[in-house]
Design a protein around this ligand. Structure first.
Ligand SMILES: Cc1cc2nc3c(=O)[nH]c(=O)nc-3n(C[C@H](O)[C@H](O)[C@H](O)COP(=O)(O)OP(=O)(O)OC[C@H]3O[C@@H](n4cnc5c(N)ncnc54)[C@H](O)[C@@H]3O)c2cc1C
Length: 430
């Protein structure tokens, strides 16, 4: 039977990076994947250009039951380290907004880079190759192997196994819950999984009045709206963050970067709070506009919203609100309106509370939140505290990054922490 120092299951971002780094440190590594092509998620990421990291990365950019778990790995392998690797491979890149770094040419450049790193580490790669069983041995064999694996290409034994099978998002390109199921079968707790970085949906009745807005995009402030999130006008320290990002109206609900960000924090039944004009205090602007004015409400409303809010949204908003507040007619002279009506109009756009009925699910989600509970993993090595020699890296772990290159940085950092630890404790590599 073939014996390896390390068998990595999953040839995606974390798996390929870990395999190459471990191989280059003198370990005999096999990486296998059931999909015919490697790293399909990298290929489709960032609109085909792969947002491979972010200039500013810290634990605050990640969601996990244990908010400190990512700290050590992120500090051990930084965005600068990955940028240096990308540059050594001659890959041109550029920065988009908020520190997001993308390939100039194609995401495939990152895939090719990872494959070259694996070649440099003399990594064996089997693909497509399914895995039917991973069995820890009761006692290590004479050759030091602690696991036996059954694969499509026969049985192999391994001193260490690294699970890098990712999350459930985009099942049509090979995503499975293999890693989470294996972990659970070996006694690990799994933090419940849910689609994240995903568009949010609404009931057809709720959304019908807003369907005409499909295609409208604007910059908003968006957060969850739970009683207690805000105190004295400020978000509490442990409340989910609010994001200043773009929002997109679609035929079924809301999308765009702002909604993807907040979707990772959103819990079923919770309202969202959206400020459609975060730079403006609409109620006070309307009340000021009323003084000595002969304008109609629709004109004053457009003026108060300014250019930041598209006219199509401004007018649809007013006509929708007018249905429940008959005094708020578009042609009503603003001078005749009561302050409380103008307050209601301003508030409706500065603090729009709306409850999604769900998400577009794993078919559209960029990532899967939840995963292998970090309390049962070493944050320094990614090794299981329950099964010696078993490691979990990347998205299979309960660490979920924001939109903006954070998920790939977690894949690189957790993979490198694991590879270094494997090399450090390998006394006599196979
Ligand atoms: C459309 C889209 C765009 C994205 N864009 C970005 C972006 O620009 N920036 C960013 O930071 N993040 C982005 N992400 C998220 C990012 O792709 C993932 O977080 C990252 O790929 C996770 O790396 P991973 O190695 O843990 O898992 P993956 O890259 O998903 O790799 C898992 C691998 O395991 C294999 N596998 C699964 N099950 C089995 C099994 N049973 N047996 C064998 N092999 C198996 C899969 O085939 C796959 O190759 C995007 C995601 C999507 C879906």
């Amino acid at each position: 039977m073939l014996t390896f120092d390390v068998v990595v299951i999953g040839a995606g971002a974390a798996g390929l990076f870990c395999a190459g780094a471990a191989g280059q440190r003198g370990l005999k590594v096999l990486v296998l994947d059931h999909a015919p092509k490697v790293a399909e998620k990298i290929r489709i990421s960032g609109g085909g250009r792969c947002n491979f990291t972010n200039r500013e990365v810290g634990p605050a950019n990640f969601i996990s039951e244990n908010s400190h778990f990512s700290r050590s790995a992120l500090a051990g392998y930084t965005p600068q380290d990955f940028i240096a690797l990308v540059e050594r491979h001659g890959i041109a890149w550029h920065e988009k907004h908020k520190g997001q770094l993308f390939c100039d040419r194609s995401a495939n450049d990152i895939v090719q880079m990872l494959l070259k790193e694996c070649e440099a580490g003399q990594v064996t790669r089997w693909q497509p190759c399914g895995v039917h069983a991973v069995r820890p041995k009761a006692t290590p064999s004479d050759d030091g192997s602690r696991f036996e694996l059954e694969t499509d290409q026969g049985a192999v034994s391994a001193r260490n196994v690294v699970i890098a099978t990712g999350g459930l998002s985009i099942p049509k390109i090979g995503a499975t819950d293999f890693g989470q199921r294996l972990a659970a079968s070996l006694g690990h707790r799994i933090v419940p999984l849910k689609p994240a970085l995903v568009p949010l949906t609404f009931t057809p009745e709720q959304w019908a009045p807003l369907v005409p807005l499909a295609g409208v995009a604007l910059a908003v402030e968006i957060g969850t709206s739970q009683p207690g999130d805000v105190a004295g006008g400020k978000r509490k320290k442990n409340a989910p963050p609010a994001f200043m990002e773009d929002l997109l109206f679609t035929h079924r609900g809301l999308s765009g970067p702002g909604v993807l960000q907040i979707s990772s924090y959103w819990q079923a039944g919770q309202p969202l709070r959206i400020n459609l004009a975060p730079q403006r205090e609409l109620a006070s602007e309307l009340k000021q506009a009323k003084v000595g004015s002969r304008k109609q409400l629709s004109t004053a409303w457009s003026h108060a919203l300014g250019e930041a809010v598209p006219q199509r949204l401004a007018q649809t908003w007013l006509s929708q609100l007018g249905e429940s507040h008959p005094t708020l007619r578009a042609d009503a002279p603003i001078a005749e309106l009561k302050d409380k009506d103008l307050d209601a109009l301003g508030q409706s756009a500065n603090a729009w509370d709306i409850v999604p009925n769900g998400t577009e699910g794993y078919a559209k989600a960029e990532v899967t939140a939840g995963g292998v509970d970090t309390n049962e993993l070493s944050s320094r090595t990614m090794e299981s505290k329950l099964v010696p020699g078993l490691h979990f890296i990347g998205e299979v772990v309960d660490v979920t990054g924001w939109l903006g290159g954070y998920n790939f940085q977690w894949a690189w950092a957790s993979a490198m922490a694991c590879a270094r630890a494997l090399a450090a404790c390998a006394e006599n590599p196979v």
